[in-house]
Write a protein that binds this ligand. Structure first.
Ligand SMILES: NC(=O)C1=CN([C@@H]2O[C@H](COP(=O)(O)OP(=O)(O)OC[C@H]3O[C@@H](n4cnc5c(N)ncnc54)[C@H](O)[C@@H]3O)[C@@H](O)[C@H]2O)C=CC1
Ligand SMILES: CC/C=C\C[C@H](O)[C@H](O)/C=C/C=C/C=C\C=C\C(=O)C/C=C\CCC(=O)O
Length: 174
């Protein structure tokens, strides 16, 4: 199992770092997993979970760079999963998209300039709710333990629960 989870939200302080960590980090991690885990190169197969966000599925006006980074993670993961060689590799590639979750990333983000005290941000948080970490772990475990979900994008929000985004397609089982 490889989980590409590290992420930052440095919209104002350092947007390039946001892209480096959230996009390049996930791509590097996925490529390393392919290299060492693929059955076609002597590995045993397995699962790669790339952590995106609901901000990778819907626009959010106050953090466009973070949104761009998470849309990238979703598009990248789904594209890798569609590769016709994926069946032979014994790998599956899935994406976890939590909504707002009670961690230090959220608490520090909410203190930042332009976000702190913004009524529209408060309204969004009230409407979507805030996940506990334990609830996101439930979604994560479902994603991990389901073995025919290659390309699956799982959304976890307090408001609407745990579910796959869009129609889940079974792809490229060779
Ligand atoms: N908290 C939230 O509301 C949500 C978070 N996410 C995503 O979940 C993932 C985990 O975030 P949280 O646990 O919330 O935040 P967090 O700030 O508590 O944890 C992020 C972790 O990433 C690590 N990290 C950051 N830059 C790194 C680097 N260059 N190299 C190695 N490690 C690095 C940090 O040390 C930290 O342990 C991130 O990808 C985040 O974007 C997704 C949706 C909602
Ligand atoms: C200040 C915020 C700081 C950090 C938060 C994290 O970066 C987190 O990743 C950001 C999440 C932002 C979410 C924004 C909007 C959420 C909307 C919804 O939950 C509902 C809309 C779409 C979900 C997609 C679907 O229904 O399939």
């Amino acid at each position: 199992i490889v989980v590409n989870n590290a992420g930052v939200n440095l919209e104002n302080e350092s947007w390039r770092t946001t892209i480096m960590v959230n996009v390049i980090g996930v791509i590097e991690g996925t490529k390393l997993a392919e290299k060492y885990m693929s059955k076609t190169s002597g590995g045993r197969g397995g699962v790669v979970v790339n952590v995106a966000s609901t901000a990778g599925l819907t626009p959010v006006f106050f953090m466009p760079v973070y949104v761009a980074s998470k849309y990238s993670v979703v598009g990248f993961t789904r594209s890798v999963a569609m590769n016709p060689d994926v069946g032979r590799s014994g790998l599956r590639f899935v994406c976890l998209c939590p909504g707002f979750t009670d961690t230090s990333l959220l608490s520090s983000g909410l203190k930042s300039e332009g976000i702190s005290g913004n009524k529209l941000v408060e309204e969004l948080l009230t409407s979507t709710g805030i996940n506990t970490v334990e609830f996101v772990v439930e979604g994560f475990m479902q994603l991990l333990l389901t073995d025919d979900n290659n390309g699956g994008v799982m959304v976890v929000t307090k408001q609407r629960g745990i579910r796959y985004h869009g129609r889940q397609r079974k792809v490229n089982k060779l």
